[in-house]
Design a protein around this ligand. Structure first.
Ligand SMILES: Cc1ncc(COP(=O)(O)O)c(C=O)c1O
Length: 417
């Protein structure tokens, strides 16, 4: 299937009507018109708290239930009750870590990796206060991939939790999470996966991955600011949540503390439906007609496969151009033959230039890129870049075009001198 950028961009008003080149995508993507409309639809028709016996509250409950189905489809979860909504991935992860911490005894071990965003490190390190011992898995410096032999060395019968990302938000490396989950389970540990940097680029399947928990963020895949957590039902059921007494004590509600951002949950489902409509290839834009999506899981898979292929071609073009720039140092996998195991996110520096200055020069030309550590602190420290401002990061999304890559490369050529 061939993705047409013109069709894609017609769904993103802030992209279509703007001179800005959005390459800041791993920090957050633009949203579809259907996502914007869904926020308005919520406030116009269903703006009430949940559980009431009047029409707006009932509509609210129905919308949230539909959204749970949408995300069960998005992640290929066995049932919608395995989907927990929260403010963002970081907050959900702190909440699950704290609940899992209740099961830990002094000396129990938790494995984290140096490739992960700090949102999948700090919540686990916080459990040191319960006596947990934190083990850090190293990376191969040359291509910024996880050192699997180090992982196997760190794993033991004392390991209780393995926290690992599916993809690096800094350098794009994709980790062999299925293998990691199998090894962790053999050792008797839970697996908590961070899919934030993976979800926008590849189909997701929690059952195929075999993880116990997985978190992602809708604002990274064309939706609003919202965190989504998958937990295997029996784990969610067994875990004791930190909650107020009157709220429901069953999954997923017991983990949804306080009043949720209903409008964002409804709008996040519109982002899922948009991705399914990509799979349906030029089907009508049926933002919220969930019934039209009997085959939503299949459409999501084909949609994200199409996105993956399109972004890979764009990324080859980007990498070809980057490699020719004088004085550039690129971090992560650069070998085209291995591009299936990386997300289309490139981090690099130029000799003698501060990454912030490079990003600012691009910003002056309306080319949005990030610089710094993007909270991949452990990685930047390991690469010895933290003290020098980290690196410039260019992250692609499926609404980017060849012309935009060429414009970026032309601007970088000037900057490289
Ligand atoms: C890989 C990764 N994990 C976790 C997070 C944190 O997500 P949130 O902003 O939803 O807390 C981010 C955000 O940049 C990320 O890129």
């Amino acid at each position: 299937m061939f993705l047409e950028p013109k069709w894609v961009r017609s769904h993103f008003p802030s992209v279509q009507n703007s001179k800005t080149i959005f390459l800041d995508n791993p920090g957050g993507t633009q949203v579809t018109q259907t996502v914007i409309d869904a926020v308005a639809e919520y406030f116009l028709t269903a703006n009430a708290n949940h559980g009431g016996v009047f029409p707006t509250s009932e509509r609210n409950d129905e919308m949230i239930q539909r959204a749970r189905h949408a995300f069960a489809d998005f992640l290929n979860a066995a049932r919608p009750e395995e989907i927990v909504f929260g403010p963002n991935m970081t907050t959900l992860t702190f909440s699950i870590a704290r609940a899992l911490g209740r099961w830990l005894r002094a000396g129990d071990e938790i494995i984290v990796t140096r490739l992960d965003h700090d949102a999948n490190i700090a919540p686990w390190v916080a459990l040191e206060e319960r006596g947990a011992v934190i083990k850090h898995v190293d990376i191969h410096i040359d291509d910024c991939t996880l050192d699997m032999s180090d992982f196997e060395k760190q794993l033991s019968n004392k390991t209780r939790i393995v926290a690992v990302g599916l993809a690096s938000n800094a350098v794009g490396s994709v980790n062999p999470v299925r293998t990691i989950a199998d090894l962790a389970h053999m050792a008797g540990a839970f697996v908590y996966a961070d899919a934030v940097a993976y979800a926008p680029h590849f189909p997701l399947d929690v059952q195929e991955l075999g993880v116990d928990f997985l978190a992602c963020s809708a604002y990274k895949f064309y939706g609003p600011h919202l965190g989504i957590l998958y937990g295997k039902y029996e784990q969610l059921e067994r875990l004791q949540a930190y909650k107020v007494r009157p709220s429901e004590n069953t999954p997923p509600y017991k983990f949804e503390t306080g009043t949720p951002t209903f409008e964002n949950i409804h709008a996040a489902a519109a982002a899922v439906n948009y991705l399914a409509s990509v799979g349906e290839k030029f089907g009508a834009a049926f933002a919220n007609d969930y019934r039209a999506f009997a085959d939503r899981r299949a459409h999501l898979k084909t949609g994200l496969r199409a996105i993956q292929q399109y972004e890979k071609d764009l990324f080859v073009r980007l990498m070809n151009g980057l490699r020719e720039l004088p004085g550039i140092r690129i971090y992560g996998i650069t070998d085209f033959a291995r591009f299936d195991s990386r997300a289309p996110t490139a981090a690099f520096n130029f000799d003698g230039q501060h990454p912030r200055d490079v990003a600012a020069k691009l910003g002056e030309q309306n080319i949005n890129v990030w610089d710094g550590n993007y909270y991949a602190l452990a990685l930047m420290e390991r690469l010895d870049l933290e003290a020098t401002g980290g690196a410039v990061r260019v992250g692609l999304a499926h609404y980017n075009t060849n012309e935009e890559i060429d414009a970026l490369l032309a601007a970088l050529r000037e900057i490289a001198g």
